[in-house]
Design a binder for this molecule. Structure first.
Ligand code: SF4
Length: 70
């Protein structure tokens, strides 16, 4: 498992030291930032949510596994 550092502290998967605790995350391009992605607890993506995009800079990408803490 890679270490995933994250600064989104109000995510349910966020942990101390800014470490993501999710089993898997999905990163998308910003152009798809408004899409809701169905990612199961097992880390499996629903069919249709897997595709290939490209980005030129890290600023053009974002995490879609985010779930807000309530
Ligand atoms: S799931 Fe995404 S937003 Fe949530 S802590 Fe992990 S990297 Fe950050």
């Amino acid at each position: 498992m890679p270490t995933v550092k994250c600064n989104v502290a109000n995510c349910v998967y966020w942990g101390e030291g800014n470490n993501c605790q999710a089993d898997a995350i999905l990163v998308e391009i910003d152009q798809h930032a408004d899409q809701n992605v169905d990612m199961s607890v097992s880390g499996s993506l629903a069919e249709g949510d897997l595709h290939r995009d490209s980005a030129k800079h890290s600023a053009e990408t974002c995490c879609h596994t985010f779930r807000p803490k309530h």
